[in-house]
Design a protein around this ligand. Structure first.
Ligand code: 5RP
Length: 228
């Protein structure tokens, strides 16, 4: 059911893609529906060029016949379309469940607009039930961990973190970093936490996307609603 809703949201978003657009292409199962629907439009003659947000997306997009480039070649994009793990009515997002948050954020920030595609289960009043991914440099992990604990205490948030993949086989991102998932339950002040996390040495990026998304297509049993 949720996969069908993801497909509906993705197909709604693909209708917003116009000829000649420079696109940011997201990562995850919802974004994969978008890539397949975009591939169909490309095969029907639509001329677009895309920057993928992960190696996984690049592979699928290539297989779909979508022309790809990089932000070095094309540093400004018209539109990014991507999934999210959670979104609130103000379009604060949690992203990074698939581990691609760093490239996703760079690509979204390089785009004039960002459309989020999601099933209705991800629309919440306050983000934070989904664990917040924090991408960190492997060097000095113990020290970064302690600094993150202090940051969470200062923000009055639960100190419950896990290294993605575990100590033996940590998950490694496309950028060669680790991810710490912070189980915070609710993030009442995302902007304050975002500033504090960014100030921790060793933190590369966090999964809160604030003031980046301009619109969301959220699919539920009654159809697709627009949040903007
Ligand atoms: C990857 C992401 C994804 O957009 C997010 O995890 C949603 O994934 P899915 O569409 O598979 O539910 O942020 O880093």
């Amino acid at each position: 059911m949720s996969d069908e809703l993801k497909r509906l949201a993705a197909e709604r978003a693909v209708a917003d893609v116009e000829p000649g657009m420079k696109l940011g292409i997201g990562t995850g199962s919802t974004a994969e529906h978008f890539v397949r629907a975009l591939g169909q439009r490309v095969r029907d003659g639509l001329d677009v060029i895309g920057v993928p947000t992960s190696e996984r997306t690049a592979e699928l997009a290539k297989a779909e016949g979508i022309t790809l480039t990089t932000l070095e070649e094309m540093p400004e994009l018209d539109l990014t379309i991507d999934g999210a793990d959670e979104l609130d009515p103000q379009l604060v997002l949690i992203k990074g469940g698939g581990g691609a948050l760093l490239r996703e954020k760079i690509v979204a920030a390089a785009s004039k607009r960002m459309i989020v595609i999601a099933d209705v289960g991800k629309l919440v009043d306050v983000v934070g039930a989904y664990p917040l991914p924090i991408e960190v440099i492997p060097f000095g992990l113990g020290a970064t961990w302690k600094a993150l604990e202090a940051c969470l205490v200062a923000n009055d948030l639960p100190v419950k973190m896990a290294l993605r993949g575990g100590d033996e086989h940590p998950f490694v991102t496309d950028g060669g970093h680790y991810i710490i998932d912070a189980h915070l339950e609710r993030i009442p002040h995302p902007a304050c936490l975002a500033d504090d996390l960014t100030a921790v040495p060793g933190v590369v990026e966090h999964g809160m996307f604030i003031s980046l998304a301009t619109k969301a297509y959220v699919a539920g049993p009654e159809g697709v609603i627009t949040v903007e």
